[in-house]
Every structure is written in C-alpha cells, then in structure tokens.
Design a protein around this ligand. Structure first.
Ligand code: MOS
Length: 753
C-alpha cells in the first residue's frame, strides 16, 4: 500500500515531541544484548594474529605450537582450503588484486595472517602469541607524497593511484577571467578514526547448514547477502541479527572479514564462535575517514557572484580501495556556472578508509567553506550574506531539479539571528594573549537511497501493538521514532508498542542504516502499515455500529462517531475478537519524480585562541539544521550534539599518527587518539531545528539528520579561528603546536612586509 496518505501532520500529538528512547532503560541498565553480550552454550572465542609490520610478505606460518596451546580447537590461515574464498572490498565489488582472506601480501599493520578459536578469549590470545611467522619486511609508504614518488613501494600491484574521477561544467578558464577576485589555497584534513563505543564483532552459530550471525552491523541484510555470497550458500540459510548496536558511523556498513572468519571457525569446529575485536584492533583495522588534500581555486565578482570553482583533490585511502571523493558540495551547494573537479585516491600502507559520517563532506566543507569565507572578506561582504546570495535553489548536478524543500536560506538567517552573528562579529577580538572570533559554515548532504522498505504492524485485541521492520537502530533512536509514528497513527500509548527490528530471519527488509536515510525511508513504510491497520479497525467498527466509515475516528483505544456517538472500545470489536490480531503491511512510496531531496545545515562557532599556548577553545556553537520535519526533539538534539562534537574533533584534536620510521600507528587507543571529551566540548551548544514540513519528500515529512549534523562544524571553527587571529589554519586538526607555527609564520611575514 502506498504511503501517500494526505493527512497533514499538524494534528501531531506524539511525533515531534522530545521523548526518551523506548529502549533507553535496557541500554542504560546493561540488559540490552549487544553482539558482545551474546553468549551461547559451548561457545568458542576467536582471536587473530595480525601483521605487525606496515608492509611485509608472509613467507611461512607455523601453527603447530599454537595448536598445542591449552583450549585451542581450531586455526585458520591462508594454507587452509576453507579460507580460500575471494574477499571483496565493497558489496558487489569485484575481488581486488591479492584480496584473499589471509593474504600473504600484508599491506598494513593489521592485515590478517591467521586466527585461532579456543575455549576462552584468554586462551585464544595466548595461542595467537604462540603462532610463529616468518615475514619478509618490505619498504613502505605512510603518506601520499611518498606514495606518489617515482619508484615508491607499490601498495597494490597496480600501483598507488586509484580511481581518478573528473567532473566539469561550463568553462573555468572563462570563469576565472570574468572574476574580480580569484583565490587559491590547499587545505588538508587528517585521517580520523570512527572510535565506536561498541567494538566490531560477530557471533556465529551453525544449525546443520543454516548459519545464524549476531553481528554488530548497521546493515544486517547487507551482511546476509555478502556472507551468503562468499560462502556460496543460499540467502535463505543465513540469518543476521543486529538488534542492538553501539555506534558505527559508517564503519559497520560493509561486510568485514571478522564475520566471515567467525562463520568459518564455527563451521570447522561445529560450535558457536564469538569473534569480537580488541579496542586496538578497532583502531587499526575497521576503517577511517581518509586524509584529504584539497586544492581549491575560486573566482568571484565584486557583487558576490561566483564565477568558477576548480578543485583538485587527493585522498589518502590506506591499503585497499574503498572509494573516497570529496567534491560533491563544490558542485551543488552554491550557484556557480563553471566548475571543474579532478580527484584521485592514493594507496598507502595503512588501514583502509571506509564510509565515515558523511564521507567526504566534512573534508569538502573544510576547504569550500574556508574559501567562501576568504572570498567574502576579499569583496567586503558579510559571510552570511555572501552565502545567502549564492545558495543554489535548484540541484545543479541533478538537471537543475528543484528540491522538495530547501531550508538553507532559513538555516543561515535564523541561525545568524539566534547566534547573535552581527553583534558577535563586530565585538572586539581582544588585544591580550587570548583572542576571540566567530565563524559560520554551511553544508548539505547528498546521499539518496532507493525507497525499499516494508513494515508490518500487528494490532492485538488487547490494544498492544507489534511493529516489525528491518531497520537497525544504531544508537540514533530509530526504534523510538518508528514506534512514535505508530503510536500517533493508532492512538495507542508508546509503551504498548513492541518493536522487532534488524533480523533478516524475522523482520521485513530495510537497506543498511547509513546515509542518514533510515527515518526518511522507513518511517513512511511504518506509517503506511499503521494506516492500513487503522482502516481495518474502522471497517470493523463501521460494520458493527452501522455507521459509515467516513464518520468514524480512532483515538485513545476507542472508535467513535460524530460528537463521540456511537462509541466502542477497540477491544470490543467483534471482528478483532474473532481473529485476535489485525495486520497492516506498509511500503515506502517512490521518491517524488523531478525533485531532488537534500537536507541542509549551517553551523556557527565562537572560539578563543590563546596566542601564547596555541590552545583553541570552542566557546559556543549553534547548529541550524534543515532535516525536514523533526520526529523526536530529544533524539534530534542528541544527533546534532554528537555531530558538533565530532566536528570539534576534526577541527582540533583527532588524527591518526603513523610512525615515520616503522609505518605503525602510534595512537591506536583511546588515550592517545584524542576524541573530544567533556573538557573540549562547550556547554553552550544550541540546536536550532529549521522545522520545515516537507510535504513532498514522503508521508512523514522527514529528510536526513545524522550526517548533515557534522558536515560544516569543523569549517565553522576554522573560520572562527581566522576571525580571531587573522591567520588561516588550512590544516586539520588545528593543534596548539600548529597554531604557534602559524602565528610565528604570520609575524615573520608581516615583518618582511
Ligand atoms: Mo554512514 S557513513 O552512511 O553510516
């Protein structure tokens, strides 16, 4: 049934409120079962020997000592024929060069060499230490500059360059010629790690030729498909369960080796196997946001008209291909007739990149939004005004389609007003060692998945309800939001609704919880299912009460006619009593034709820079988000606060550090890899929902939130840094040492005149 119920949601009674998560208590009390909590009778534990070198060839693996260690029940390495399955890097992707499960060519510190299954986790780790490996160490490259030098060690057999891509519209040469001001700068971001609270892992159990996997994943259906494909078994014999998940940020979308290894070890031993990574492994081996170098040239006329953008981008993608481009917003965010983009990806001997909360977009904002700031200053225009003037009201890369809704102008205007932009901008920066500044940056999110969701709602005679949907709740509150949609449609209290989700064996299909699309794709299907249930209940009541269905209303467990008469409790419906349950099935209607769907965002930041110590302190931030209709104000706020926090990390503290001498990561732990703590995040964070009711996007009015909540945050901080100091920090993170260098350099330049 289509999701095009025309009822406006102005009568909202539940959706939009700030409600705590329906499973918050389970999560907090520790009774929610995550993958790591899944314990099965006779379960074994796995651990992996990973290559300790940045680049090496495995000459010989000797497992004989390891096999004799206490508790060891199985081992696997490249010599085992059951491990001889082609590994791929992305679902549906072709096997890459040398991409085996235990590839003898180890391309980074962390590549899998051999695994062990033992009676306890400790015994598994002890056995790993007893594995004897002879490595041939190879020369390595730890950064793209070295990787691109002639004669550099080849990370992949085909060389160190991957997937060049280009985009072009108009004529940039003409565009720059028409400009009054042309600026050009090279911006750099660092490699960032996902640092999910729950480590990655799987529990595998075979029952005959049926495989059940509890997997810490954003996309159980994707895992089902990839595991079935790799093991050559039918989809119908693979069940993947991902009921609770503790953070993925993109690193738990694609299938990982640990899942397949757990399945292989479980098959080999005939016992369930738990394989959860250690914290250090989760820093080394499960993905990252690749460091980007973005050279951006831009032209503008004195009146603020953009004439051209030219972007040359390189991503440092680690040892394996995964896809990493960053030019998207340069093409689409602002009206600009002439755009040229060249991007390429460079292999280095380090952990591979993976999707990470708005892949490429925060990097793009770092370059584009600092450039916009520079242009505004050069032509003497306010940065908010300059952006407002250039906001593209149609989707420039999508055939100039209009958007279903575009709240970016409102994000800029309302955000500036609420932030006190004009006043803050003209405030004195300070002439002591500590200076203050404010900055703004905008963004959009450009991912769009096909609408491919089904949901089932079961309404029971006692008024309790079961919602069955495929979507994983990766910590965002998806289960709560969907339950709220049902509660509102059926007029039942939230605590009467049970949600079953993210289990390929028992729930409906949903695409992976990524791309900030879960709410926009699944909530319309959920609503449609609830509407179908309601229609059945009203039909039953009409027949029983002899009242036309159009005159009946369902609310608070009762169906009533005009003026409340006649009136019947739902539980008294004879039809419902006879069959005990009414079932509704809903699917998501297609995306609107000839329209583009995009969430928009503007972030504001105020910072203090200590010119003596180089410390940058974020004093306050404001996030104006256009994600369509707000579904739950509390989970909405939480997503945005998380986005701002990750933005502070990108701007100021986070970077993977590889040792120049060994190519090994030196900060593969939560002590030395600096995510922002409570000390780094200001209390003064304002979340401003631009609550546009997008009646075209779908039947719930929602767009996406999770990723846009991060995109421009770091760039806003960088612009505030510039406003405070008059110096551009082109490289993220802006560490105290880099600030001292930048300020010294700028003083030297001034002295030289
Ligand atoms: Mo997201 S990076 O699509 O989980």
């Amino acid at each position: 049934m289509p999701d095009t119920n025309p009822k406006p949601w102005s009568e909202t009674t539940i959706v939009g409120k700030a409600l705590p998560k329906i499973d918050g208590r389970e999560r907090l009390a520790g009774v929610a079962k995550y993958t790591l909590d899944q314990n099965l009778p006779d379960m074994l534990y796995a651990a992996t020997l990973r290559c300790p070198h940045a680049h090496a060839r495995v000459v010989k693996v000797d497992l004989s000592k390891a096999r004799e260690m206490p508790g060891v029940r199985a081992t696997l390495c490249d010599a085992d024929k059951e491990a001889n399955i082609p590994w791929f890097r992305r679902p549906g992707g072709a096997p890459g060069a040398g991409s085996r499960l235990f590839d003898p060519h180890c391309r980074y510190e962390g590549d899998e060499v051999a695994v062990v299954a033992a009676e306890t986790q400790q015994q598994a780790w002890d056995a790993v230490r007893a594995i004897q490996v002879q490595y041939e160490k190879l020369p390595f490259v730890s950064n793209m500059e070295d990787a691109l030098k002639p004669g550099a060690p080849a990370v992949q057999e085909g060389g160190n360059r991957d997937r060049p891509s280009t985009y072009s519209r108009g004529d940039v040469t003409k565009g720059f010629a028409e400009a009054d001001v042309v600026v050009e700068e090279t911006y750099k971001t660092s490699t960032e790690l996902h640092t999910t609270l729950e480590v990655h892992g799987s529990v595998a159990q075979w029952d005959g030729d049926h495989l059940t996997l509890w997997d810490s994943t954003q996309g159980p259906f994707g895992i089902q498909a990839s595991v079935a494909g790799l093991l050559g078994i039918p989809l119908s014999k693979v069940r993947v369960i991902a009921r609770y998940m503790g953070g993925g940020f993109g690193s738990k979308l694609d299938p990982s080796k640990y899942t397949v290894i757990a399945a292989l070890l479980a098959r080999k031993t005939g016992r369930p196997v738990k394989y959860c990574l250690s914290r250090e492994e989760s820093f080394l081996c499960v993905g990252n946001r690749p460091a980007h170098t973005l050279k951006l040239k831009a032209g503008v006329k004195k009146d603020g008209t953009l004439t051209a953008f030219e972007l040359n981008g390189v991503a440092e993608i680690g040892a394996y291909p995964a896809g990493a481009t960053a030019g998207y917003m340069v093409r689409e965010l602002y009206t600009c007739p002439n755009v040229k983009i060249n991007e390429e990806q460079v292999f280095i001997n380090a952990g591979q990149n993976r999707a990470f909360r708005a892949p490429g977009f925060p990097q793009c904002a770092w370059a584009l939004e600092q450039t916009m700031d520079t242009l505004a200053e050069k032509i003497g225009m306010d940065p908010v005004e300059f952006r407002l003037k250039n906001v593209s009201m149609v989707c420039g890369v999508d055939g100039n389609k209009p958007y279903t809704s575009i709240g970016l102008p409102q994000c800029l205007r309302d955000g500036a007003e609420k932030f006190g932009w004009n006043e803050a901008k003209s405030r004195a920066r300070g002439d002591g060692p500590i200076v203050r500044g404010v900055g703004v940056a905008a963004g959009m999110w450009g991912y769009l998945a096909p609408p491919s969701s089904t949901a089932i709602v079961r309404f029971y005679a006692d008024g309790s309800v079961n919602l069955n949907m495929g979507a994983a709740d990766i910590g965002t509150g998806a289960r709560t939001i969907m339950a709220m949609v049902v509660a509102e449609e059926l007029g039942v209290p939230l605590d009467r609704i049970e949600v079953e989700n993210a289990d390929t064996g028992t729930t409906q299909f949903s695409d992976g919880a990524g791309g900030s699309k879960t709410t926009m794709i699944d909530s319309p299907a959920v609503r449609a299912a609830a509407i179908e249930v309601k229609a059945s209940l009203l039909d039953m009541a009409a027949a029983q009460l002899k009242v036309p269905v159009a005159d009946l209303k369902l609310a608070n467990g009762e169906i009533s006619g005009p003026g409340g008469n006649p009136r019947i409790a739902v539980g008294q419906l004879r039809g419902l009593q006879m069959q005990q349950v009414v079932v509704g099935v809903g699917t998501r209607a297609p995306h609107p034709a000839n329209k583009s769907i995009r969430p928009f965002v503007t972030h504001f930041a105020e910072v203090e820079v200590n010119k003596r110590t180089g410390e940058v302190r974020v004093v306050r931030m404001l996030a104006a988000q256009d994600s369509g209709r707000v579904m739950n104000l509390m989970t909405y706020r939480n997503q945005v606060l998380g986005g701002l926090t990750q933005g502070i990390g990108l701007a100021l503290t986070e970077q993977r550090v590889l040792d120049a001498g060994t190519g090994k990561m030196v900060n593969d732990n939560w002590h030395d890899y600096k995510i922002p703590t409570a000390m780094d995040v200001p209390a003064d964070l304002t979340v401003l929902p631009i609550d546009l009711h997008d009646t075209e996007v779908n039947s719930t009015g929602t767009k996406g939130l999770g990723e846009p909540a991060l995109i421009p945050a770091a760039a806003a901080i960088a612009n505030a840094f510039y406003h405070a100091t008059g110096v551009r920090a082109t490289r993220a993170p802006i560490t105290p040492a880099s600030v001292i260098n930048l300020l010294n350099q700028s003083r030297l330049n001034q002295r030289r005149g």
